[in-house]
Design a protein around this ligand. Structure first.
Ligand code: NAP
Length: 323
């Protein structure tokens, strides 16, 4: 089978498309013919091996898994003899997390991994992206915090993978969403449910006199010390990007009462936990007819070019490989 291979951490050109043996499912595993695979900012960071500390999870000094990619959608074509939850020809989607191996024509995953039956109204390209930015957005809003109707939330990076979903999820439950993005994305972000949009190129949001119960800094570029100025008294700052400064503020805010800073890593949670969150998320998605914003789809061979594009930091929503 064809797969995107990374032998050692490095720039996008380090990725090679090679022929690899098709994996064989173990007794509790599914063999999936991959139809689409999501590619995101998180994947480009794993490819580069940054932040350096992340290498202890993804492999030191080289990647533990050679085949890139985590998000997938496809069809079960074989199953191990102990598999009971899925049948041959089931359309499934999910995320392999630290097992990677999704940027390939075939992958194996335990039936107890993060894998669910694909709702019929989702295309494979769309479904392959739900386990990354979307799951992270849902997990922050409804597991790390319990966002409530009428809560005020500022979503920074509202046009990205996490941001486009966060805006839709928060709006779906009736929270008051202020979104920060560039002017070119105002129309998109308003159509996702944001009540107010602010252009990051012309306005420094931290110098306004508005206050928010929550700030979800999806791209992690507002330091907590600045964000705190526009948080309400017991307000909470959320970031999916860990830094030493954020860690310090998290420790401080655990000890002292008042404004809090929180981080969470979706891919490090147990598959059972993520599967439960993903099921809840798909219920909300179906109930509110929420869809992923898919910027574009590419072929497996395009993956180095695609990583370069994502690293520029200006994609809209998600990107998927169609395989
Ligand atoms: N902790 C976790 O579990 C977890 C999970 C997934 C991802 N992550 C991390 O979360 C971060 C965000 O990921 P993502 O996939 O959502 O990012 P992304 O999709 O690559 O974000 C791109 C978007 O950010 C916008 N943007 C760029 N600069 C901006 C600024 N200064 N202010 C506001 N918006 C700006 C861009 O809009 P313009 O084109 O208008 O500039 C673009 O639409 C990454 O660092 C990723 O590694 C963490």
């Amino acid at each position: 089978m064809k797969a995107a291979i990374l032998e050692k951490y490095g720039p996008a050109d380090s990725i090679e498309i090679r022929d690899m043996p098709t994996p064989v499912p173990a007794e509790n595993e599914l063999l999936i013919k991959v139809r689409a695979s999501g590619v995101s900012r998180a994947h480009t960071m794993m490819r580069a091996g940054t932040p350096y500390l992340a290498r202890f999870a993804v492999g030191y000094p080289r990647p533990k898994r050679k085949i890139l990619g985590t998000g997938f959608s496809g069809i079960v074509i074989e199953k191990g003899k102990n598999v009971t939850k899925f049948e041959i020809n089931d359309e499934v989607f999910g995320d392999t997390a630290l097992e990677f191996s999704a940027n390939a024509e075939f992958l194996t995953i335990s039936e107890d991994g993060l894998v669910l039956k694909k709702p019929h109204n989702l295309s494979h390209a769309e479904a392959s992206t739900w386990g990354d930015g979307a799951l992270t957005a849902y997990s922050f809003l409804f597991s790390v915090i319990k966002l409530q109707p009428k809560d005020t939330i500022l979503i920074n990076g509202a046009s990205g993978a996490i941001g486009t979903c966060a805006v839709q999820f928060a709006s779906a439950i009736g929270a008051k969403v202020t979104a920060v993005c560039s002017e070119k994305n105002f129309k998109l972000v308003k159509s996702l449910g944001a009540q107010q949009v602010i252009d990051y190129k012309s306005t420094d949001i931290t110098s306004t006199d508005q206050k928010f119960a929550y700030i979800f800094d999806t791209i992690g570029n507002i330091p907590f010390s600045k964000a705190a100025k526009i948080l309400s008294h017991q307000g909470v700052y959320l970031s999916p990007k860990l830094s030493l400064s954020l860690l310090w503020h998290m420790i401080k805010s655990k000890i002292f009462s008042g404004k809090k800073a929180l981080f969470s890593a979706t891919g490090m949670k147990a598959a059972a936990v993520n599967r439960k969150i993903m099921s809840e998320m798909i219920d909300m998605v179906t109930k509110h007819d929420i869809h992923q914003v898919v910027d574009s789809t590419y072929n497996l061979e395009d993956i180095p070019k695609l990583h370069k594009f994502i690293e520029e930091g200006h994609k809209k929503g998600n990107i998927a490989l169609t395989i």
